[in-house]
Design a protein around this ligand. Structure first.
Ligand code: FES
Length: 170
């Protein structure tokens, strides 16, 4: 599910408590502009904005939860779904595209058994694409978190995945 197509559904129960959100809320002199800073903090700490977190923030600010959801879905920097331990981004910028980036993306989809934007069931990998990362001379390029892999071939994909599976949980 992409953020654009996400729909708000009322969660059963609001969350019990998020100390990091409480601490930031208490430290803000102006609570009126607190929504985005609180969402930023929540994502930084928890990795994504679950519906429970959104409800919690709404309660803190005494605003409708649907309003928080609206802001969380509007800004692409907010994640509404839990991401994998490793974020694989295949560059689909022009230089990478003409050098076969689509076949690299397809190879990752096949190796991981997921489509673009999805996360593997074991929570290890999230697969996505990005536009030019400024390393066109190395095209086609794949980024895994902050690490750049250049001149990647479909045959490299399994090795890259296995290398990270070996690092899982560290
Ligand atoms: S187009 Fe991929 S790094 Fe520039």
């Amino acid at each position: 599910m992409t953020q654009e197509t996400a729909e708000w559904t009322e969660p059963a129960e609001p969350a019990e408590g998020y100390p990091e959100i409480d601490a930031l809320f208490d430290s803000l002199p102006n609570k009126n502009g607190a929504l985005i800073p609180l969402l930023h903090k929540a994502q930084e700490v928890y990795g994504y904005l679950s519906q429970e977190i959104q409800v919690y923030v709404a309660q803190k600010l005494n605003i409708p939860a649907a309003k928080v959801f609206g802001v969380a879905t509007f800004y692409s920097l907010f994640n509404l779904e839990k991401k994998g331990q490793f974020k694989i981004n295949v560059c689909l910028g022009t230089a990478c595209y003409v050098r076969g980036a689509e076949t690299i993306l397809a190879a990752f989809e096949k190796e991981l058994g997921i489509d673009q934007t999805e996360t593997t069931k074991d929570g290890m990998f999230t697969l996505d694409s990005i536009r030019c990362v400024g390393a066109c001379g190395l095209a086609p390029v794949v980024m895994i978190d902050d690490k750049v892999y250049g001149r990647v071939t479909p045959g490299d994909v399994k090795t890259i995945v296995d290398e990270h599976l070996g690092q899982g949980g560290q």
